[in-house]
Write a protein that binds this ligand. Structure first.
Ligand code: NDP
Length: 275
């Protein structure tokens, strides 16, 4: 029997989404079926269509399919339109709808769980991949003063700066030129460098007094970026709260009620620390 909900990705076996969505449903003593689906590269669209044709109610989408999910949708939310990537799918009538909840997820984690004040801040964003594209709109919505994007491949940062130029003050710089920058109030690491345990070798001069440093990745141990930041007195957070909050936003889309997130973050934190 087809599950009611699913996450599509490749690889997907590591995904915490089934755990998170079941935990949300349990808050109202409800149960739901939620599975991981890892289609072959060429089979993604067909797998999504089959899932909904067989009664699937909602799907999450993760790497590397978010842009293809966007392309499939008949109707998209404004933030999905801006991000040109979709992580949440559902059907209304015979139309496939798509949303991108990564941005609200990250912002909720920063503001509600970490109590960070983002208004009027000077922000450095490291990376220019899908995750950064998904959150930039929300960063501007939060009222930041300016955004500088730095990426290993400069052209991708330049493309993003161009894409979001109507949203506010945004510039692209090469990673090698960061030492020439004035300090930042908020630094977001949206690179996959942490996954590889790679050190970004950032100059300490980037850190303003009271700086917040956020890594979208989460793991049992602080990433080299977060370790570096806390060694120099920054407030830090990894992306576990973002993961749960983006899921909560998807859940709200599908079920019409907002689940509590604190207990789910705590439960996942305990699980992650055992890995
Ligand atoms: P992409 O593959 O789309 O982009 C990867 C980015 O990382 C690119 O900017 C790439 O630079 C850069 N990069 C990769 N390796 C290195 C390195 N060794 N040194 C410097 N830069 C590097 O991935 P995503 O944008 O989807 O994901 C990025 C991170 O965000 C991942 O760690 C992912 O786990 C996390 N994430 C977390 C979420 C959450 O809910 N917490 C949600 C989504 C993502 P280049 O352009 O030069 O290749």
């Amino acid at each position: 029997m087809t599950a009611q909900y699913a996450v599509f990705g490749q690889p997907v076996s590591h995904s915490k989404s089934p755990f998170i969505h079941r935990a949300f449903a349990a808050q109202r003593s409800e149960t739901l079926t939620y599975e991981r689906i890892g289609p072959a590269e060429e089979d993604f669209e067909e797998a999504v269509r089959t899932f909904f044709a067989e009664g699937g109610k909602g799907a999450n989408v993760t790497l590397p399919f978010k842009e293809r999910a966007y392309a499939m949708c008949d109707v998209r939310t404004e933030r999905a339109e801006v991000a040109q990537a979709v992580n949440t799918l559902w059907m209304e009538g015979d139309q496939l709808h798509g949303d991108n909840t990564d941005g609200p997820g990250m912002l909720a984690d920063m503001v509600r769980h970490n109590n960070w004040k983002i208004l009027n801040k000077r922000v450095l964003v490291l990376g220019a991949g899908g995750a950064v594209r998904g959150v930039l709109n929300c960063i501007f919505d939060a009222g930041v003063k300016e955004v500088v994007v730095a990426n290993r491949t400069l052209s991708r940062a330049e493309e993003l700066a161009q894409h979001f130029s109507e949203r506010g003050d945004i510039t692209a710089v090469p990673m090698e030129d960061l030492a020439a920058q004035e300090s930042f109030d908020l630094i977001i690491n949206g690179t996959a460098a942490s996954l590889a345990g790679a050190d970004l070798e950032l100059p300490v001069s980037l850190l303003a007094t009271g700086v917040y440093c956020y890594d979208m990745m989460y793991a049992a141990k602080p990433s080299p970026f977060l370790q570096w930041a806390s060694d120099h007195g920054a407030s830090t957070s990894d992306g576990l709260g973002m993961l749960v909050e983006q899921a909560a936003e998807s859940f709200y889309r599908w079920h019409g009620w907002r689940p509590g997130t604190v207990s789910v973050i705590q439960a996942l934190r305990e699980e992650v620390s055992l890995v």
